[in-house]
Ligand binder design. Structure first.
Ligand code: NAD
Length: 426
């Protein structure tokens, strides 16, 4: 599907407005020169491409793709590729901006990027998906390289899509370049632990948060609801379950399941892997996604998509802690309501940073052609998550702000400091 170009006014959609509002909220605490704040506020480069793909029927169809580099002060840009009908330039801008702050927050030497194609991947055959991926990658060649911009999986893409991207880039330059993408299959230079990393990091953050802001309960008495059962949600639920927490609610796009005594997460993961849906599993009481967000629980982990917790439903949330696995699941209006209710929120750029942390490990391993074992990956991931969690908590105390604003303050400050050291070119 080709996207019609928007008028400038139409471009301000809510997810980008959310990213900008969060930035504006945090930047007030930093004594930045107005020009520097403006520089950090806008994407550096935006790329739109309309490209043809031959369908299996022989017909040629046009698709629209994007890649945005938000900021490259700290190093090459890094960010996922999303395949979804909801992809639009504003969403990609917002996600690329969050990547800049996320990488700075967890102290890895990357800037922020994001890409996407306007397509429902479920409507393509495997061969069509491969041709679409290869052509999109070929169009991105001037913008990507292991030294410039390194894509990774996001919603609607997976390790196989990364393998096709890696192969297309390698065929173009004439030699194998594993470090061009992360989140690849292990047998072509992927990292052990990358697939589980984001969900695992979400729960690692939750465990740290419960130490200081918990409810005096044992893990077996601490109830968790997870929205979204894809890469992030299913791994978060699985890791929480393996640590002995009680996962009482889960959902995917088809709806949710609830059991106050705890769901059988391994059985649900098997069912989801076989069927691609939670619907019809009969492994819990059915609830809608709207009901799921309001279920009684200690911790809510939104791991599906942006804009799920809004001014309209924030009041219905009964969880006392929110740990954001998805990017941008909570709007600024909802943030205010949750803060007033005393809900402790661990923000996306901190809680879901485990994915980019292990992507960074994958890139380092590829560049050195020296691979780590899974224990080493998990150990380093745990260290990075705990260190970043406490740095954010300390910033929250220092500035007297909530965790989201603290995470943004810390990240923006690091990028601004690096910019000051490098200077403005020329
Ligand atoms: P995915 O495509 O693997 O899974 C998405 C899941 O959400 C699916 O189970 C889908 O059914 C469900 N879903 C979609 N719409 C929903 C809705 N309205 N209500 C409930 N469930 C819904 O995607 P993913 O990689 O797990 O990414 C999820 C979120 O996490 C996105 O915001 C993504 O940007 C973010 N994220 C992903 C990674 C990663 O490493 N994959 C890293 C950081 C952040």
């Amino acid at each position: 599907m080709v996207v019609a170009y928007n008028t400038p006014q139409e471009k301000i959609t809510s997810v980008y407005a959310t990213a900008l509002a969060q930035f504006d909220r945090a930047v007030r605490y930093l004594n930045l020169d107005d020009g520097i704040a403006e520089f950090l506020r806008y994407p550096r480069r935006e790329f739109t491409v309309n490209f043809p793909v031959r369908r299996d029927t022989g017909k040629v169809e046009m698709f629209t793709g994007y890649r945005v580099h938000h900021n490259t002060v700290m190093g090459p840009s890094k960010g996922g590729v999303r395949y979804s009908l909801a992809v639009n330039i504003d969403e990609i801008r917002a996600l690329s901006m969050w990547m800049t702050w996320k990488c700075a927050l967890v102290n890895i030497p990357y800037g922020g990027a994001k890409g996407g194609v306007v397509v429902d991947p479920k409507t393509l055959s495997r061969n069509e998906l491969e041709r679409l991926t290869r052509r999109y990658t070929a169009e991105l060649i001037p913008l990507i390289s292991p030294k410039m911009d390194i894509p990774a999986p996001d919603m609607g893409t997976n390790p196989q899509v990364m393998a096709w991207m890696m192969d297309t880039y390698s065929m173009t330059v004439g030699y194998s370049v594993p470090a061009i993408v992360t989140g690849k299959p292990i047998n072509i230079g992927g990292s052990l632990g990358r697939n589980e990393a984001t969900g695992r990091g979400v729960i690692a953050c939750m465990v740290e948060a419960l130490k200081g802001h918990g409810f005096g309960k044992s893990s077996g008495d601490t109830s968790i609801v997870v929205q979204g059962f894809g890469n992030v949600g299913s791994n978060a639920a699985g890791f929480a379950h393996s640590l002995g927490f009680k996962v009482v609610g889960v959902s995917d796009v088809s709806g949710g399941l609830y059991n106050a005594n705890g769901l059988d997460i391994p059985a649900l993961r098997n069912y989801y892997a076989e069927t691609g849906t939670l619907a019809g599993s009969a492994l819990g009481d059915e609830v809608t996604n709207a009901e799921l967000l309001g279920l009684p629980c200690d911790v809510l982990a939104p791991c599906a998509m942006e804009g799920e917790i809004t001014g309209k439903n924030a009041n219905q949330i009964k969880a006392r802690m929110i740990v954001e696995g998805a990017n941008g699941p909570t709007t600024p209006e909802a943030d205010d309501i949750l803060n007033d209710k005393g809900v402790f929120l661990v923000p996306d750029i901190l809680a879901n940073a485990g994915g980019v942390v292990v992507s960074y490990f994958e890139w380092v391993q590829d560049l050195q052609a020296f691979f780590w074992d899974q224990e080493e990956v998990y150990r380093q991931l745990q260290r990075a998550m705990a260190r970043s969690y406490y740095a954010t908590e300390q910033t929250a105390e220092e500035y007297g702000v909530d965790m989201r604003t603290a995470a943004q303050i810390l990240a923006i400050k690091r990028v601004a400091d690096a910019l000051e050291t490098r200077g403005i070119y020329p």
